[in-house]
Design a protein around this ligand. Structure first.
Ligand SMILES: [Zn+2]
Length: 289
């Protein structure tokens, strides 16, 4: 059965119910996003309107083990759409980073499957006092120990929940999952990628990811995909080659050399663009005074 827009019943019923919901709207939505013609706008619409937020109600109201396949299916749809916008597939490490929140060096495309237990646990404990008031008796959820186990498998031992825990903040639980995933990711990558991840964690380094395109302050599709690939450690070129600008040094597959190449004046161009944007911003402020 269905109550307040959520499925109640067996695993098969819950999986089928959500699959029908997703299949009726998501393919057309994804198709529209992929063909919008501006990758940065498509990504932001995906991030804000069509990804994790689409599943939040379901994962907060249905125990995670009853909808695990639907969550996997949904996550695959979102990842596939992101890869199509990016123009490249993601390695395991790049996918792990992309699924982290932007404050943890990711791009905010959280996995509904990974965060489903946290969402249900926090939802249950948040609503428990009200339910107990209505029923005038204590409420016990028989699924909670399974959900605790699922959540504990995704966080460090220090953050494990136990029978006396009653967390109500999904944000806090999700941050614990993200933090543990980030630590695992840092342990698993090369020294070069460690340096990149540390850079991604610097204050305000992620600001460009959620910045809304406006007037001339927006990325072209090529600029956005190049920046996003560099953020996630995705190769930009198929192989190392001699830099076409300086004709002297190797342009590596990740394009690191482009940031330090002394020829073609990109450093000066970048400085000039930042100067102009700052001038426009200050002029707009002064104009309002
Ligand atoms: Zn060069």
């Amino acid at each position: 059965m269905t109550i307040l827009g959520s499925a109640i019943g067996s695993k098969q019923h819950c999986e089928n119910w959500i699959s029908q919901k997703l299949d009726s709207k998501m393919p057309m939505l994804i198709n529209k996003l992929e063909n919008l013609g501006h990758s940065q706008s498509s990504f932001l619409l995906l991030l804000y309107c069509a990804s994790f937020c689409k599943m939040v109600w379901y994962i907060r109201t249905i125990p995670s083990f009853l909808i695990s396949q639907s969550c996997e299916h949904f996550d695959a749809l979102i990842t596939n759409c992101f890869e199509n916008l990016l123009g490249s597939g993601l390695s395991k490490q790049s996918y792990m980073q992309a699924s982290l929140g932007t404050k943890n060096g990711g791009v905010g495309l959280r996995s509904s499957k990974s965060h489903s237990a946290a969402a249900y646990i926090s939802s249950f404990f948040k609503s428990k006092p009200l339910v107990q008031t209505f029923l005038a008796k204590s409420v016990v959820n028989p699924h909670m120990h399974i959900l605790f186990e699922s959540f504990n498998s995704l966080v460090s031992a220090d953050d494990h929940l136990n029978s006396s825990s009653c967390p109500t903040s999904q944000k806090c639980l999700s941050n614990l999952i993200d933090t543990h995933s980030l630590n695992l990711l840092v342990e698993d990558v090369s020294i070069l990628d460690k340096a990149r991840l540390v850079s991604c964690l610097m204050p305000h380094a992620n600001a460009w990811i959620r910045a809304l395109p406006a007037f001339r302050n927006k990325f072209s599709c090529l600029e956005w995909s190049t920046c996003m690939k560099r953020w996630l450690g995705v190769p930009i070129f198929n192989q190392d080659h001699l830099c076409a600008a300086c004709q002297n040094q190797v342009m590596d597959t990740f394009g690191h050399h482009a940031c330090v190449c002394p020829v073609k004046g990109d450093r000066i161009k970048r400085h000039t663009v930042i100067r102009d944007i700052l001038f426009e911003f200050c002029s707009a402020l002064l104009g309002d005074l």
